[in-house]
Ligand binder design. Structure first.
Ligand SMILES: NC(=O)c1ccc[n+]([C@@H]2O[C@H](COP(=O)([O-])OP(=O)(O)OC[C@H]3O[C@@H](n4cnc5c(N)ncnc54)[C@H](OP(=O)(O)O)[C@@H]3O)[C@@H](O)[C@H]2O)c1
Length: 186
């Protein structure tokens, strides 16, 4: 399905966590520069994909087509409250089928978590945008990918064929940056 570009987005603490021990993304992991980067990226995406406990909660969120992953339905079903969204269970319908059903056969798909969702697409990302908050630690928190913290997020991306490009600083005061990890060869 080369017509679809698959891009991943996450912000992680220095210890590789995307949420705290209560599986909640704390305010410590929210930075204005990263929020701006993330929301303008999602404005350019044709489709957003995430698990039932995630979502970007931005002013433009209601305008975006989205697939919400859940095992509470067998394959693909209408979202109960969001007319721009579908519920999707990958155990019962392929990614291609879900994209087609929501009307996105080409363009950019933004994968925004959580960990199991990121893991499912690990061999398919064209680019994974890894934002890092080096001064935040979330001991006992929720690891960003399956396999963290035994391995770092960077080692896992590299093991799946992705290579880091130049980082961009998003927040000078807190040292937050984003690095594009790109697939160089298929
Ligand atoms: N720092 C960041 O950038 C970032 C990014 C993403 C998320 N977060 C945070 O992480 C927390 C959410 O994490 P979470 O672990 O609860 O993850 P989640 O992926 O949002 O939600 C997990 C749920 O998604 C569904 N799901 C996941 N994988 C599935 C699969 N393979 N097939 C079918 N359904 C699947 C299941 O829903 P059902 O229970 O309905 O079956 C599962 O209970 C939130 O606090 C969120 O804000 C942070």
């Amino acid at each position: 399905m080369a017509a679809l570009r698959i891009e991943g987005y996450v912000i992680v603490s220095a210890d590789g966590m995307l949420a705290n021990a209560n599986r909640v993304m704390p305010d410590e992991l929210r930075f204005e520069g990263d929020k701006r980067f993330f929301s303008s990226a999602l404005d350019r995406a044709d489709l957003v994909v995430h698990g039932r406990h995630s979502g970007e909660d931005q002013p433009n969120s209601p305008q975006r087509k989205r697939l919400v992953m859940t095992r509470t339905i067998s394959a693909i079903a209408p979202h109960p409250s969001n007319p721009k969204a579908l519920l999707w269970n990958p155990g019962g319908a392929s990614f291609e089928a879900a994209c087609h059903r929501i009307g996105v056969d080409s363009g950019t798909v933004a994968i925004i978590g959580g960990p199991e969702v990121f893991g499912m697409f690990m061999d398919r990302y064209d680019t994974f945008w890894l934002s890092e908050a080096p001064r935040v630690r979330l001991p006992g928190g929720e690891p960003c990918f399956p396999g963290v913290p035994a391995q770092s997020p960077q080692l896992i991306l590299a093991a799946h064929g992705l290579t880091p490009g130049p980082s961009e600083v998003l927040d000078v005061a807190d040292g937050v940056s984003v690095t594009p990890w790109r697939r160089t060869a298929r």
